[in-house]
Design a protein around this ligand. Sequence first.
Ligand code: FAD
Length: 480
Amino acid sequence: MITRRGFLESTGAALAAMPIRSLGAAETADVVVIGAGLAGLTAGITLADEGAKVIVLEANSHVGGRTHTLETSHAKLDTGATTVGPYYARVRNLMKRLDIGQVLPGGRGDMTISVGGQLLHPNEWENSEFNKTRGAERKLAPWLLEARLLSPDNPLTNPFDWLEDRFDKYDVSLRQLLQSRGVSDEALRLIDVTINANDLDTSSALLYLRDLQRLTWSSTVKDFSKFATYTPTTDGSSAYIEGGTGVLPKAMAELLGDRVRVNQPVTGVTTAADGVSVQCRDGSYYRADHVICAAPLAVLKDIHWQPALSGSMSELVYGTQPTLVTHVFFAVEKPFWEADTGHPAMYSDSILERAFAPAKGPAGEVAFLDCWANGRSARQLDAVPLDQLGDFATKIYTDMRPAAKGKIRFLTSYSWGRNPYVRGNKHEYHPGQVKTVRAAIEQDTAPLYFAGEHFRIGEPGMEGAAESGERAALKVLGVL
Ligand SMILES: Cc1cc2nc3c(=O)[nH]c(=O)nc-3n(C[C@H](O)[C@H](O)[C@H](O)COP(=O)(O)OP(=O)(O)OC[C@H]3O[C@@H](n4cnc5c(N)ncnc54)[C@H](O)[C@@H]3O)c2cc1C
């Protein structure tokens, strides 16, 4: 009996044995890009702009990866990225080029707090008996704890410092770093809710400090006009993409036209002396002088690499895991928050964790709530049968916030962990792995390059993905 793995290995070995140019009917290009998320699309556009023949292969039926907008009859729901930072040079330049508008966030900033089953107005938090944090921590809203506690003594002075060995002593777990700063156990428990990671033990503090430094830097810039490469909003604030974040990758793919092929999951990549062959699940294959793989790290183990991935790249692919995020969306049928705290968004220590209430524009209405669960909570939500999730989540929410009873309606959920082509929110590098990440970023050379948010250097989120795609494309252009 031929197993899938056996089949991949035998076909991969056979392909590796023959020169790529003798493969006959394959479509050819200068560069094949694997994955049409922001990293892959940015690489594709950068290459096409310079006249390279490029093909972008996307496994899913649509482009965008973690920038995906679900269109429901109630509202457009961003399941992945929502916010464009004021300092996102590449993303903002693309928006300008593609004539994509932005909407400034509205709403009421603060969040209602539900801790230990008690609903609190944010102003009540400091002196509440349900606030079991200590000393200066008491003044801080739970969702601000780690940033406020770590920012003042952030050893990194710019977003690139993490690349230097001298900061390796911070490549410990977030829990260790916070404990070394005297953070209380209760504050650690509350931080575990907001932290954009699976938990405080499995995530490297050094990379958290990098992202914190980048945020701090942006919030201290008073005059963005001094930064010629940035095209921020006039007041330096963040923005949403008009029509939903999915508008951006769609427009990028339209710019690339028939160079982008959807429903093409890549199953094998074979490198030989005269080029690279890329095989897809439907049996089609492509050959190119260079390949940029911009698929998430978590799915690279599903691709048959010939020769096998080695060194630090292999260590990361087989030795890390993505962070889990699951959303639960509720339609707001009637505003209910004036009956309790006045703030529609809510932080809670339940498995629904944070319920965001996006409002677009200064007078923007809150049409839906987006409950965002990380790590353990996401895993718990994912274990609930889909046909029961609506009732399950509605009960949790309305038990915490009775004023919402009858005023919200379960819309849908979205689990990134269950997306077979992404498998999570972002890649979680474990304490002690930063050296390997640095080495893997350096490791790729002709004809096989890697891009994606997992290899971002100084920028976060979408901008980081675009940064990595641009970097890979520039490397290829340097040798084409
Ligand atoms: C819930 C959530 C909220 C976020 N919020 C923000 C935010 O507010 N602001 C921000 O800037 N960023 C945010 N991000 C992060 C941002 O979305 C990502 O950093 C960025 O979109 C990643 O882009 P990428 O191209 O690296 O990967 P992806 O977008 O994952 O793209 C990879 C692509 O590769 C494809 N693929 C996988 N396997 C194969 C294969 N075998 N063959 C072919 N194609 C394959 C996938 O289908 C996918 O389309 C958020 C992410 C999540 C999940």
